[in-house]
Write a protein that binds this ligand. Structure first.
Ligand code: HEC
Ligand code: HEC
Length: 258
């Protein structure tokens, strides 16, 4: 390869002529170190927010990137409004991946994916993080949602959107349960509006849980997961890693079951 063709090839693949492409000249890369966890944790601190404002924000943010984006952008955006950087620098667009239970796979509900991500960003201690995450997840499983009513809903949605109990943290179960009760289709505008209001509920709940933690009142008692006394960690069988509501899927547990 001649010198000029080599330069052409390099520029064609976007590397400026003269830029380093050989391992022997890559030493400079070592100088750019990724900030270590302790540096970052001093920058990313939570401070208390008004959950009513968070809920309104989530409703508005939903239009830009759906459920996961709405919850995450509402909370980080509110912090950015109050404190500026580093909150204003977060690449929020990455949170669009979570809609439809991760790119329409119907796995973890995007609102919960965002809630856990926010908690993960601010709560360093592992057990506290698990407690706060479970508080939001269990509430989602057990509560009839959405009950958020936007101040200024889209004109076609001034009618009530029915609230249903998801009984699962999975997008698929949550949506299909709602379709069954509401009689609406999974890809209908009404279902989108339901998830939009649900985003407001979960954004507000996440902020309530973080506010309580901030006030160090987070030591709420968690109901023990009954199945896990045998199937979970340190149980006789220890063959299950989950905090989900078990009987949503294991519907055939008989009375003879231990
Ligand atoms: C007192 C202990 C205990 C509790 C509590 C318990 N299990 Fe089990 N479970 C067992 C044992 C022991 C087996 C294994 C039976 C076998 O292998 O023959 C089992 C087997 C199972 C299995 C696989 C075999 C089957 O029967 O389908 C599932 C699924 C299961 N349990 C789900 C659950 C769920 C869901 C709950 C809560 C509602 C629960 N278990 C609560 C002890 C328990
Ligand atoms: C989202 C649905 C879902 C939920 C929720 C769920 N499971 Fe399962 N579980 C499965 C599937 C699917 C399998 C694998 C298929 C099978 O053998 O049943 C499985 C397998 C198991 C098995 C092994 C079954 C066997 O035959 O040996 C046990 C034990 C079990 N689950 C317990 C639990 C417990 C306890 C919980 C609650 C903490 C739980 N599961 C929650 C879907 C679920």
């Amino acid at each position: 390869m001649t010198k000029s063709t080599r330069r052409d090839v390099l520029s064609a693949i976007g590397i400026a002529a003269g830029a380093c492409v050989l391992p022997s000249c890559l030493n400079t890369a070592k100088d750019t170190q990724i900030a270590d966890d302790t540096d970052l944790q001093t920058q990313w601190k939570y401070s208390k927010l008004d959950p009513n404002i968070t809920a309104q924000r989530a409703y508005a943010e939903f239009e830009k990137g759906h459920c996961m984006y709405a919850v995450f952008a509402a909370i980080i955006g509110q912090l950015a409004d109050e404190h500026g950087e580093p909150y204003s620098q977060f690449p929020l667009h990455m949170m669009k991946y979570g809609s439809g239970g991760v790119s329409k796979w119907g796995s973890l509900c995007g609102t919960l994916n965002a809630s856990a991500a926010v908690i993960g960003l601010f709560v360093e201690e592992k057990t506290e993080r698990a407690v706060l995450t479970s508080e939001v997840f269990r509430w989602y499983e057990e509560t009839a949602l959405p009950d958020y009513v936007p101040a200024d809903p889209a004109p076609e949605f001034t009618l009530a959107i029915p609230a249903t109990t998801a009984e699962s943290v999975l997008c698929h179960v949550s949506v299909s349960n709602w379709c069954k009760v509401s009689g609406q289709k999974a890809f209908s505008p009404a279902r989108t509006e339901r998830c939009r209001r649900l985003s407001s509920n979960i954004a507000a709940k996440t902020v309530q849980v973080l506010n309580a933690w901030y006030d160090s009142k987070s030591q709420t008692q968690q109901k023990p997961q009954t199945c896990n006394s045998c199937h979970g960690k340190a149980g006789a069988l220890e063959n299950t890693l989950s905090q989900m509501n078990c009987t949503t899927c294991h519907t055939d547990i008989s009375d003879e079951h231990p």
